[in-house]
Write a protein that binds this ligand. Structure first.
Ligand code: ZN
Length: 305
């Protein structure tokens, strides 16, 4: 598929953290009047609010609530902390249900006092522990692989390959999902199954270009993610040079070196039909007039994304 420009805003979603100075009511009002169609809610934006009323407020603005950010942080050398994380993830699933979204993004966690292998094992155990609760609530869990610069404390899942391996290990094997392989005509090997024929698994993946753009295996791993029906979310921003802050200096699309349109074409070729979610943490942009910043984001979305 050739990369093409986005002609309208029908696929545009913003994360509330992108315009952090606005509270959720201000964000809803400004997003809706600017033509943004989707919103991903960061949990801090819900503080002190009735979650289900807030969900209704967002729907009253004709915004689709794309996902809740974020669960995860399953990793700790301390067993009690790991249990607390599982409890907090159950709470996040409750919040997602009350809000009226069917997806939670997982930043999986890491602990520098132990090996990455041990951290990955704890992540797998942590996600496995909340799957039944998520299934009962009809909430999907999107593992977000993070750039390796965050492998010390934020996530031991650092490539899309690792995320694919994990999602495939946690989801039921294809044979037990709703479309038996023998019913597909003509019979095909699992690796060539069309995305749409698979039942939706509970565990999937959020692909964020900021974390994954550098990966030489990105195209093939995105294709694999789509084949397995695991591609749940697509996050966009840009990588500025030089980067002033490894966490809080993300760029608007077109400001940096990420081949955004190419990656979006891979994601769409893999069968993804969801929102393009703008997720920018930026101390610099948070100091600007947020209406002007939103205008820049929208212009960049159709020009560069
Ligand atoms: Zn993200």
């Amino acid at each position: 598929m050739r990369p093409t420009s986005l002609v309208d805003l029908s696929g545009l979603c913003l994360h509330t953290i992108t315009t952090k100075p606005w509270n959720i009511e201000q964000a809803a009002k400004h997003y809706a009047s600017a033509g943004v169609k989707g919103i991903t809610i960061w949990r801090d934006a819900l503080e002190g609010r009735n979650v289900s009323h807030t969900g209704q407020m967002l729907r009253d603005h004709n915004l689709t609530i794309v996902s809740l950010c974020r669960g995860g942080f399953f990793v700790s050398k301390d067993r009690i902390k790991r249990q607390k994380a599982i409890d907090d993830n159950r709470k996040a699933i409750d919040e997602a249900s009350l809000l009226g979204t069917d997806k939670i993004v997982l930043v999986c966690g890491a602990d520098p006092v132990q090996s990455l292998e041990e951290s990955r094992k704890q992540i797998q155990d942590g996600i496995a522990a909340i799957i039944p609760y998520a299934e009962a609530a009809n909430v999907k869990l999107a593992i977000e692989p993070l750039h390796p610069m965050y492998a010390d404390v934020r996530s031991a899942i650092n490539t899309l390959k690792q995320a694919n391996d994990l999602a495939e290990a946690l989801n039921p094997p294809l044979e037990s999902q709703s479309v038996p392989l023998e019913n597909l005509s003509p019979p095909v090997a699992p690796m060539s199954l069309p995305v749409v024929s698979l039942a939706s698994p509970t565990v999937g993946i959020a692909v964020d270009v900021y974390h994954l753009w550098w990966d030489p295996d990105l195209e093939s791993e995105i294709a694999r993610c789509g084949r397995q029906g695991n591609l749940l979310a697509f996050h966009i921003s840009d990588w500025k040079t030089p980067t002033g802050d490894l966490l809080l200096d993300r760029g608007i699309m077109g400001e940096g070196c990420i081949p955004l349109r190419k990656i979006r074409s891979w994601v769409e070729t893999a069968g993804f039909k969801g929102f393009n979610e703008v997720e920018i943490f930026s101390k610099a942009y948070w100091q600007e007039d947020q209406s002007e910043y939103l205008r820049k984001i929208i212009e960049a979305y159709t020009t560069y994304a």
